[in-house]
Design a protein around this ligand. Structure first.
Ligand SMILES: CC(C)(COP(=O)(O)OP(=O)(O)OC[C@H]1O[C@@H](n2cnc3c(N)ncnc32)[C@H](O)[C@@H]1OP(=O)(O)O)[C@@H](O)C(=O)NCCC(=O)NCCS
Length: 143
């Protein structure tokens, strides 16, 4: 079993996280274009590190005006998928949400992400957006 360390994101991680999001956005475009490193530095987040390389990440914000935590990006490098890494990144996000409502936006055709958050108790709003890129908002109210 590979040694995978999860830790909080630091300022110095932004460039590597930028490249990882760009890699994971292919081939479906589920993440959209990666946010620039200065934007990445404004998010809270957790990275998954394997042999010194960042191969998974979750980035989120805690809203200032209401008790909502918004997951902005989550991804795992293709060769490490289906090993529970994203589930651990979600644990970090939801733990930091600390009783806030958790929200994220998922492209309608993103079966894997929808399955993961559905299993975690998120509910989905009806799809909206352009016919090319319809998205659903997934929400989990505090228990
Ligand atoms: C979505 C993503 C983050 C999942 O990462 P992961 O580390 O493979 O996910 P996990 O192994 O933790 O999976 C947890 C559960 O999610 C569900 N799941 C994950 N990927 C799935 C897939 N391709 N198909 C169906 N269910 C899937 C399963 O229920 C899985 O549990 P199981 O393996 O015991 O069946 C990863 O596929 C990815 O980076 N995709 C591209 C970027 C992306 O779409 N990000 C989300 C944007 S909103």
């Amino acid at each position: 079993m590979m040694d995978i360390e999860l830790r909080s994101i630091t300022e110095g991680d932004a460039e590597e996280v930028y490249r990882l999001i760009g890699l994971c956005n292919k081939p479906h475009g589920f993440l959209g274009p990666p946010p620039s490193p200065p934007i990445i530095r404004t998010y809270r987040g957790t990275v998954a590190v394997v042999r010194g390389r960042i191969l998974g990440c979750a980035l989120w914000s805690l809203l200032k005006t209401k008790p909502v935590a918004r997951l902005q990006y989550i991804c795992v490098a293709p060769m490490l998928r289906r090993q529970g890494i994203a589930a651990r990144l979600m644990d970090a996000f939801e733990g930091d949400a600390d009783g806030r409502t958790c929200i994220t936006t998922v492209v309608e055709t993103n079966v894997g992400m929808r399955a993961m958050v559905g299993r975690r108790g998120y509910t989905f709003a009806p799809p909206s957006g352009s016919t090319k890129r319809r998205v659903v908002v997934a929400t989990r109210a505090p228990s």
